[in-house]
Design a protein around this ligand. Structure first.
Ligand SMILES: [Zn+2]
Length: 296
């Protein structure tokens, strides 16, 4: 059985950019807050260097604008740069024109920093849902070749539970795009998220290991893992918030770095583009268009 290459992806944003804090910290106050994203991202770069793996960094334009040297360091270390939008606004809260401006600004900033074309996009909080599918056409028109914004689960802020669980080609009026869903395991009629963020940090580590092993061995497919730099920073300033956000954001921050190092020793990881090259041209090719859910 061949070992499967999984995608390691990082959404490069700071602790105060998180959507759950939208009503707590106004955007106008962002510049006044203590920024920790640079040191936390550098720490991730060092963890990946030690483990000998390359990853994809979906960088927020707001961060790229303030830390162009960090963007250059990510690229110089051989990682892939991709876009997380500019201002961390939920896609379904934007007009199409506002969304186009936001993604174009973020793509331009990253491409100016390194000179390399940006191929991938991941929406803040996976906010491409049935209300914002128009965004896919704009991504194609703006030159993106893949999107990683549609999570096939039920969640209060995001998700299209009926959408496909593994990467597939999406055909839209404006062209073609590869969609890369967040990883899940199927449990009866449910898709259970297993590979990243709070699902990695809050649940026991065994949940993620079991899930990735199951996707790799039983389905012979790649898992798409994601994490944020603030998730390995237990000393970040505490922001005032409700009980649910406090649990989701601060739970187990102190164990996440050790878990990540362990995960890197248990599985093979690479950047998104390497995974997609294997998925769409390797022996487990799914080059034929996937059956599209009714929403499309
Ligand atoms: Zn984000």
């Amino acid at each position: 059985m061949t070992r499967v290459l999984n995608a390691m992806t990082i959404d490069v944003e700071d602790y105060f950019h998180v959507s759950a804090f939208d009503g707590v910290v106004p955007r106008s106050e962002w510049p006044a807050l203590e920024c920790r994203v640079e040191r936390n991202t550098d720490r991730l770069l060092s963890i990946f260097e030690t483990a000998g793996i390359k990853a994809t960094f979906f960088v927020l334009g707001w961060v790229a604008e303030r830390y162009p040297a960090l963007v250059k360091r990510i690229a110089a270390a051989g990682h892939e740069l991709a876009s997380h939008g500019y201002a961390h606004r939920l896609v379904y809260d934007l007009t199409p024109a506002m969304f186009r401006g936001d993604v174009r600004r973020s793509k331009d900033l990253l491409e100016e920093a390194t000179g390399a074309a940006v191929q991938g996009y991941r929406a803040p909080s996976y906010s491409i849902t049935p209300r914002s599918l128009w965004a896919l056409d704009i991504l194609i028109e703006e030159g993106f070749t893949y999107d990683a914004s549609i999570f096939p689960i039920h969640h209060d802020r995001y998700g299209i539970p009926v959408s496909a669980r593994h990467p597939y080609r999406l055909h839209r009026a404006s062209g073609e795009l590869i969609e890369v869903p967040g990883s899940t395991v199927q449990w009866g009629p449910m898709n259970m998220p297993i590979a990243g963020g709070g699902y990695f940090r809050i649940f026991p580590m065994a949940w993620t290991s079991w899930g990735i092993r199951r996707i790799n061995r039983e389905e012979q497919r790649a898992a798409i893992f994601y994490l944020h730099p603030w998730e390995i920073d237990p000393d970040q300033p505490r922001l005032p918030c409700g009980v649910l956000t406090r649990f989701r954001h601060y739970r187990n921050l102190h164990v996440t770095e050790a878990r990540l190092r362990r995960l890197l020793s248990e599985f093979d990881f690479g950047p998104m583009q390497a995974v997609l090259r294997r998925t769409f041209s390797g022996p487990v090719s799914t080059a034929q268009p996937a059956p599209l859910p009714y929403l499309w």
